[in-house]
Design a protein around this ligand. Structure first.
Ligand SMILES: [Mn+2]
Length: 335
């Protein structure tokens, strides 16, 4: 896939410049890029006099504590109050209709759908697709869109965009962190934002219970050296009882996989998180030899090449044997 053509950019800019009201929707269980991208675009459009509704398809919509500092949270609207027939719907960071959750039906009822995304897998949808799988974050595409709309960056826009950039690049460490990514980060910092406080809020502000959960997760991690055709697999589970006992939510434990994935013996890391009375949320990371977007896509999920996930309604044992088989079958990427 390549970057969006000039014609697609022009179509999107024309639609947004003419719109009187816009509905913005990001994926369920939103991360820093989904939220930051959506709120930045929402704030910019509202400043231009557009009526903006921002939402994701969960009821209730709970903003993770780590993102409580983001500007524009007042744009958020409960999913059941999102207009039934949007004049213009913009989806952000969302690779498949099912990732819109309760709002997936708006794809049928909206007069027009603009898609802003950088995922490699998923089921394509939408009429105007600003999709670039080489982009480090959806925030990169939103920044370009704001430039093309002639919106100057202010501190609020920069805070939201920087949060997306920071989180989706793994603090500017993943391979997609190009010179252009750093150039955008520099422009964002020039607005005067406190990047140190953003990083602290996102990464260094955990509830005490997180330490207990992380300890258990690491102590019980399993290393399977022969898995992934000998490249190695490390995995662990976070049972609902462990999370509730420690008083932490699913969004509080997003960072566990970033510790588990550091095991040098394993190409692939997996964390299975159990919702109380619900399915398993399976997060996966690879070091570059396996396309996990493909693997998780085949299991009903999706994501990026090196970071992806899916939802499983089976137990841990069954889920892991299905995943092991899929990882054994996955083609190895060139180094
Ligand atoms: Mn993203």
């Amino acid at each position: 896939m390549t970057a969006p053509s000039e014609q697609v950019w022009r179509e999107a800019v024309d639609l947004l410049a003419r719109a009187r009201s816009v509905v913005l929707a990001c994926h369920v269980a939103p991360d820093g890029d989904a939220l930051g991208s959506m709120l930045a675009l929402g704030l910019a459009l509202r400043a231009r006099g557009v009526t903006v509704v921002a939402a994701w398809g969960e009821d209730p919509q709970v903003v993770p504590d780590a993102y409580g500092f983001l500007p524009g949270l007042d744009l958020l609207t409960p999913a059941d109050q999102v207009p039934a027939r949007p004049e213009l719907l913009v989806t952000l960071d969302t690779s498949s209709p099912d990732r819109l959750g309760l709002l997936a039906d708006r794809l049928q009822t909206a007069a027009c759908v603009i898609v802003l995304d950088h995922h490699t897998s998923g089921r394509p949808f939408g009429s105007v697709r600003l999709v670039d799988d080489q982009a480090a974050a959806t925030a990169v595409l939103v920044a370009e869109l704001l430039d093309r709309l002639g919106v100057p960056l202010d501190e609020d826009l920069a805070t939201a965009l920087y949060t997306g950039l920071l989180t989706d690049t793994g603090s500017f460490t993943y391979a997609a962190t190009t010179p252009a990514v750093h150039a955008l980060a520099a422009r964002l910092l020039q607005t005067g934002i406190r990047h140190d406080l953003i990083a602290r809020a996102v990464y260094d502000t955990n509830p005490y219970g997180y330490l207990q959960v992380l300890g258990r997760a690491c102590a019980e991690a399993r290393l399977e050296q022969q898995a992934v055709r000998g490249l190695g697999l490390v995995w662990t589970t976070l049972p609902a009882s462990l999370l509730s006992g420690a008083g932490v939510s699913l969004s509080d434990v997003e960072g566990v996989i970033d510790v588990v994935r550091t095991a040098r013996e394993a190409e692939v890391a997996v964390v299975l998180k159990q919702e109380p009375g619900g399915p398993l949320r399976v997060s996966t990371r690879s070091k570059g030899a396996v396309d996990l977007g493909e693997v998780c896509g085949a299991l009903g999920g999706g994501g990026h090449r090196f970071a992806a996930g899916f939802t499983s309604y089976d137990d841990v044992e069954t889920t892991m044997s299905v995943l092991r088989a899929a990882l054994d079958d996955a083609p190895h990427l060139p180094a």
